[in-house]
Design a protein around this ligand. Sequence first.
Ligand SMILES: *Cc1c(COP(=O)(O)O)cnc(C)c1O
Length: 416
Amino acid sequence: MTDRVALDAAALDAADPLAPLRDEFELPDGIYLVGNSLGALPRAARDNITTEFDRWSTLGVEGHFTGDLAWEAYHELLTAPLASLVGGREHEVVAMNSLTVNLHLLMVSFYRPTPTRHKVLIEGHAFPSDHFAVESQIQQRGLDPATSLVVLDPRPGEVTLRPDDILATIAEHGDSLALILLPGVQYYTGQVLPMAEITRAGHEVGATVGFDLAHAVGNVELDLHHWGVDFAAWCTYKYLNGGPGGVGAAFVHERHVDDQSLPKLLGWWGTAKATRFQMGTTFEAIPTVESWQLSNAPVLAMAALRASLALFDAAGGMPALRRKSLLQMEFFDRRLAETLGDRVKNLTPTNPEERGCQSALRIVAGEGRAVYERLMERRVLCDWREPDVIRVAPVPLYNSFEDIERFVGILDEVTR
Ligand SMILES: *Cc1c(COP(=O)(O)O)cnc(C)c1O
């Protein structure tokens, strides 16, 4: 039995055209299933960063303006690959700052409450940073979260949001709704929210619609431009493997990128490139999302990210990765059910449309936190989220079917 099953994973790996990409990463010892939290290190990131050290060492300040890797324009090297991952056009996407900073900058522009239309819709289980950011934006406008914050929760006894309930809540608040800020993929349950439908429903009631794509980018296919999403922000250290504290990114739909009537916090990196270094004090907005930039780019973080984005490209982009991911999740579900039965409950929807590569497992047999600790002792790298969930994410760029098979085997042993 064990042989047949082992062969099963091995056969799937042998048939996987993306399997060689694993060798492009330096993976910690053990089974790395926590790319949803911190993506693995692409080998080429070392070279890219060394290149920048060398340029810094030899060129000094001239590195800003010299060659194809000139630091002044370094962020532009990331634009096309990031745009392709989110379904944006190049003038709609920029790498800058960090995720929470970008959420704030975008809310300055896109949360414009009036006395009658002032509410922000978020989810009750929002990532704390998103919750704090929204709450403080509401307070900055002299409003009270008690009346301006609308929180969407699953039905009693359920853990995921029903898409129809999301749309009904949007309709219910109707013309009091100024902004909808929801995740593309919920960080705790791994549920993919219906972003196109939410955008349509939001626009129907006259609200602005933004998404936090921290757990969606590099995980599921996105089509922000065609969906008509107003804005989005994401980090690059999760599925995009940009490294700890890596640079964030933002999307602003083209109908807004050159709208000079939007309120905006300004910095010198948002002003016209041709005149920036004349050091004048008249702001001439770059007519793209780049006008939201504040500071010159964090080049070392971007150098690491470039290495990873090249691997997404080598894989054939999100369609190819998603194809593999769906096979992996089917295998994951099957092996989990065959081996553990009802000793674990997967809180993540099993409908492929509603899930990416992360599963949220609630341990029914025994105490979840203790099971998590035993997994970590066995070098299964996964993560624990209060109150009772173990998150595991087989990432199609570098995880094998064999990783899944071994994980299920170890989970079986530590829950007996
Ligand atoms: C990871 C994550 C964050 C982290 O924000 P930083 O500003 O990058 O520290 C915020 N929101 C969500 C939804 C996340 O998943």
